[in-house]
Write a protein of this length. Structure first.
Length: 166
């Protein structure tokens, strides 16, 4: 009989990252990054002290002979006034990047002093609830067994009840 292949259809919602990844990867590849993983994990790699003042710009990979894989050069965008502090900690940053990749991917970092895009500030926490509203919310959530769900519903309830109060 004939080939009866059917397209696989996804049921339910699909994570945005699954849809955007294949579209963004070629753009990121032009900047020397294999995937967006390094960019996404950058704050965890460099830590809170440097996450807001640094951003990886591109990786330049040297030409390699067969069987070799020489380390690349990371061009790191750094806010001008903080560049000296980042320069001082470059050995630790290179070590963390290579630990992230799992091999000696980066051998050198070149600092590019330029402004780093400022991330928008986190939204304000909802206003404190009245004691009666807080007690009513806690009473409603006592039957929820899953801790993560209870915490999420608590945040949602505080946001809704706090907005009504204003």
């Amino acid at each position: 009989m004939g080939d009866t292949r059917q397209k696989q259809r996804r049921k339910g919602a699909v994570a945005l990252g699954e849809l955007v990844g294949p579209i963004i990867d070629p753009v990121i590849a032009r900047r020397g990054f294999a995937t967006a993983d390094l960019l996404a994990a950058w704050p965890e790699i460099v830590g809170p002290a440097h996450a807001d003042c640094t951003a990886p710009e591109r990786i330049v990979w040297p030409r390699a002979k067969a069987g070799e894989s020489p380390p690349g050069v990371l061009f790191l965008r750094v806010d001008g006034p903080r560049a000296i502090f980042v320069q001082h900690e470059l050995p630790q940053i290179i070590e963390r990047i290579n630990a992230f990749f799992g091999y000696a991917a980066i051998g050198q970092v070149r600092i590019v002093q330029a402004p780093v895009a400022v991330k928008p500030a986190a939204p304000e926490a909802p206003a404190r609830l009245a004691p009666a509203a807080e007690a009513a919310l806690e009473n409603r959530l006592t039957t929820v067994e899953d801790d993560r769900l209870r915490e999420a519903l608590d945040r949602l309830g505080r946001g809704v009840l706090g907005a009504r109060r204003n």
